[in-house]
Design a protein around this ligand. Structure first.
Ligand code: ATP
Ligand code: MG
Length: 395
């Protein structure tokens, strides 16, 4: 018998008149997410998206792919039957065979109100049937097995196990953002959080090559590639900071260098962001985590930004961030040692409360616009696609 995956949403369903648009976006993303997973067709119901699965499909693979698709709150593997309760009863013994349960409930939902039997009648009728068939008792609050019956305009869906996913909004529905991606633990998690809210992330990484080796670039590329499975294609801008750093160390006392680096990074990121239509910058900063992330220093960096800087991890503890990074699989990559540009020529204890007047004075010794322009011109872009990743994995 043909099965399908039935995908349900939370917030997407609540978007009022925009709902068809969100659902279309979700369906498009699911199509891309499952392109190699044996899905024959992706279709839209009123409050759900369905994926028709090929015969003998690998459900584990489908599950993995659907789970990573933002906007999906939960999903099931479902059986498609004709709109005839007698036929449902005929199939139920076979469908229930692989389940063991002492209690159950039927949860019927008549999405198509033209169907002559009401939901509560379906619940009672099929409940009695399954009770006779299995000897199990009905438990409405805490059943071992919940049997869902959805009556759609053209068919009846029967399904059992619910798989929880991340929820959120379909990637692309909230527009692009520029994510400042270091090789560290936090920024990939920050990117993931924004993707979960429907943003498409363009990654920007700053490196100090050739003052150091290219290990941070390689890490950033690996992280960008890993995160691509949530948004299907990604760009990574590799921006050079070495020349800027060389000039900063000549005129700036060590304690203030990191603040100046950050202000340059933000100026450059903003230009790159505008080029791709991004309306916000995202960082992995968390309040007070390190000395460069005090409120005063955050304010000193914000001053140079002409667009919002979003910091989705601002209130998160390190341990919480690490747990997400482990779930995403980025953690082992992030903790590999690299030569990071921010540790270059900075002391162990940088300034904790940067003073605006001091920062302005130090920057007046530099040709800021020219240095920024030069870095933008020398930025290289790498592209990643989910399809390429799959081809590479298969080959
Ligand atoms: P992460 O784990 O993301 O590196 P962190 O705790 O090490 O963060 P910092 O090194 O102070 O903190 O960096 C704060 C934020 O600044 C990062 O989360 C990232 O968004 C941005 N950032 C730092 N270094 C770079 C870099 N080389 N390229 C791009 N962005 C960077
Ligand atoms: Mg870091």
């Amino acid at each position: 018998m043909k099965t399908c995956a039935i995908v349900k949403t939370h917030e997407v369903a609540l978007k009022g008149r925009n709902r068809p648009w969100f659902m279309r976006r979700l369906a498009d993303n699911l199509r891309r997410a499952t392109q190699d997973a044996g899905v024959e067709e992706v279709w839209q119901g009123q409050m759900l998206v369905g994926l028709t699965l090929a015969e003998g499909v690998d459900w584990q693979l489908v599950k993995e792919r659907v789970k990573d698709c933002f906007g999906v709150a939960k999903f099931f593997q479902a059986y498609r039957l004709p709109r005839d309760l007698d036929l449902v009863k005929e199939q139920l013994p076979f469908l229930l065979e692989r389940h063991s349960y002492d209690s159950f409930r039927i949860t019927a939902n008549r999405a198509d109100k033209r169907f002559p039997v009401r939901s509560d009648e379906i619940n009672r009728d099929l409940g009695a049937f399954v009770k006779d068939l299995s000897g199990a008792r009905v438990d409405l609050t805490n059943p071992d097995l919940e049997i869902f019956i959805d009556v759609l305009p053209k068919e009846i869906l029967v399904y059992f196990d619910e798989v929880k996913a991340f929820g959120g909004l379909p990637v692309g529905s909230s527009g692009p953002v520029a994510v400042m991606l270091s090789g560290g633990i936090d920024s990939p998690v920050a990117a993931w959080n924004m993707m979960k809210r429907g943003c498409h992330a363009h990654f920007v990484h700053f490196h100090s090559y050739p003052l150091v080796d290219n290990s941070s670039m390689e890490k950033a590329a690996e992280l960008a590639q890993m995160l691509t499975r949530f948004q299907y294609n990604s760009g990574l801008s590799l921006a050079p900071l070495a020349e800027i750093q060389k000039q900063i160390i000549v005129s700036t006392p060590p304690a203030y260098r990191i603040i100046l680096y950050r202000r340059f990074m933000v100026r450059i990121t903003e230009i790159l962001a505008r080029r791709i239509g991004a309306k916000a910058i995202v960082t992995g900063e968390s309040c007070g985590q390190v000395s460069s992330q005090t409120l005063e220093n955050i304010a000193a960096v914000d001053q140079v930004a002409g667009m919002p800087i979003l910091r989705p991890l601002i209130g998160a503890n390190k341990e919480e961030i690490i747990n997400v990074a482990k779930d995403l699989g980025t953690f082992p990559v992030s903790i590999q040692p690299d030569q990071d540009c921010c540790t270059l020529f900075v002391p162990k204890h940088p300034v904790i409360r940067a003073e605006a007047s001091m920062v302005a004075k130090l920057e007046s010794a530099l040709s800021v616009d020219e240095l920024v322009q030069q870095a933008v011109e020398n930025t290289q872009v790498k592209n990643f696609s989910f399809a390429d990743m799959l081809t590479a994995a298969a080959g």
